[in-house]
Ligand binder design. Structure first.
Ligand code: FES
Length: 163
């Protein structure tokens, strides 16, 4: 049985005409799979390699170069919350925010809560320093947040499907 869904295969195929080579679709393909599954499994790496006519090692090279992708042993939670750790945010409460979130959730940056709700990550400047402290919730920027705000966001179910 295929690890990649029909929708993931279709989305990857739709990327092919937009790039100069199949190899150039490696990164978008990894994003498609991680977004759908919360991780990129070894089986997914092989299936992406087949689609792109590359070796699994080539896919793995790209995957391991970026700290963004998760393996099946360490999948993402339902929400991925990135706390900005660059200086302006840290000076305007980001440090305390991060410490409080780690305390409330009992995890360190890079880890996922035991209930699988949240993965906490550290981000470099999110380009919105005037709204410090900032976080990114999946791909949505949130400004001037408190730990209570972040907890509410984490508890709120996702409005759209997928990871
Ligand atoms: S320092 Fe946090 S958004 Fe720029």
């Amino acid at each position: 049985m295929s690890e990649l869904s029909e929708n993931a295969k279709k989305t990857i195929a739709e990327h092919l005409p937009r790039y100069p080579s199949k190899q150039a679709v490696t990164l978008p393909a990894l994003h498609v799979v991680q977004q759908e599954k919360g991780c990129v499994s070894r089986k997914s790496i092989h299936e992406i390699a087949d689609i792109l006519e590359l070796s699994p090692a080539q896919i793995n090279d790209t995957l391991s170069f970026y700290g963004f992708f998760r393996s099946e042993e360490n999948p993402l939670g339902q929400k991925r919350i990135w706390v900005c750790r660059s200086l302006p945010c840290m000076l305007r409460g980001g440090e305390e925010l991060l410490a409080e979130l780690c305390k409330r959730w009992g995890i360190s940056p890079g880890e996922t809560t035991p209930d699988g709700k949240v993965t906490l990550e550290l981000a470099e400047c999110l380009g919105a320093c005037d709204g410090a402290p900032c976080i990114l919730v999946d791909d949505e920027l949130q400004l001037r947040v408190t730990a209570d705000d972040v907890e509410k966001i984490a508890d709120h179910p996702k409005s759209s499907g997928g990871k």
